[in-house]
Design a protein around this ligand. Sequence first.
Ligand code: AMP
Length: 417
Amino acid sequence: MDILRGIKGAPDWLPPEAGAFDAVERAFLDTAALGGYERVRTPVFEPTEVFARGVGASTDVVQKEMYTFEDKGGRSITLRPEGTAGVLRAALEAGVPRSGTLPVKWSYAGEFFRYERPQAGRQRQFTQVGVEALGATDPVLDAEVVLLGWEALKRAGVGEMTLRINTLGDRVDRPAYHERLNAYLDDFEGDLPPDVAERRHLNPMRAFDAKAPGMAEIMAGAPLLADHVNDEAKAFHEEVCGLLEAEGLVLTHDDRLVRGLDYYTRTTFEYQAAGLGAQNAVGGGGRYDGLAEDLGWPEPFPGVGWALGVDRTLLALGEAAAPPPRAEVFVVAADPTLAPQAFGLVARLRRAGVAADQAFAGRRMKAQLKLADRSGARLALVLGADELARGVVTVKDLASGSQREVADAEVLAAVTG
Ligand code: AMP
């Protein structure tokens, strides 16, 4: 019988890469926490409506990529393909808009699912960390969010990056613009790929994202939303950009950046990492002032946020991805009769907060020292019968090979000092 295999596009993360993966996730979450964003946890599945209405019927995500199934109660359920719709659904359900202490600033981390064609940097299960700032329309908040994402990627170790930014204006600007864009696309009706031809009456802006051959040429002459943005939204965007530039960020203004989700209004942005090829966006986000109403809230409730991809960031880090060492200190017993003492010393180190490990199954000293090296530990503590009788332990520096004896009572100080 063949061994069972996992699902295509749903990667296994094993040591040491899984350690590096955690380090990236932690760097993102720590940065969010520095900005006052509090953790939330929402379900990995939601009623399908949350995404169908939230993410938007014209998007690839909703049209082609959702893992949707009927549960035993006959309800249509979808594995979350993105974070914002579910988090906002939770906020509305909890009555956050009426809480009086707005904005609330939340962060999340977890697994997301899209039925995409798996390739480097594009999977069917992937991990995102995200932030959402809900309940305020203020350019300072947009700038905070954009800057925080940048800092989060830097903290995770990403080197060269580009920040692409655009404004999509408000929803009131859309109908007139959609009409103009559709009128423009009419002239190319016969040349449009079927999905653009079908979806352009739901949202012609999708055509900017279409990758089919010839589309880039067609769209090169398309009317731009930037020319249809109302003055207030324009001034808002200029303020956001000004704040970011004052912090030293170099902005790449991209008036074709519409992003793959329908809910964005005003600010949209994407972080791209150098050297990633086609899938070079490590994260992105924007403002979504109309989303709450799409989810059934009776009045506008604004929000702005981003999601950063952990898997793809790790890809961008390449060799620079650094899993933490498995142990700081490795305890080596010179002969098998000292196993209880080694066990006791490892326990003592761990209680003191030192990551410690040892060998098992009665290995010889040389093999134990090899394992010590492999563990990434800085120090080996070698226990010998003679030394123990004298109340000392040998502390060996695994990088330099130098060693010295330390009194048993001083061991903790010696490894932490
Ligand atoms: P999005 O939710 O599409 O705005 O994506 C935000 C970030 O999540 C992207 O920049 C990627 O880093 C990551 N991401 C999105 N889709 C995938 C996928 N299928 N596989 C791996 N990472 C993804």
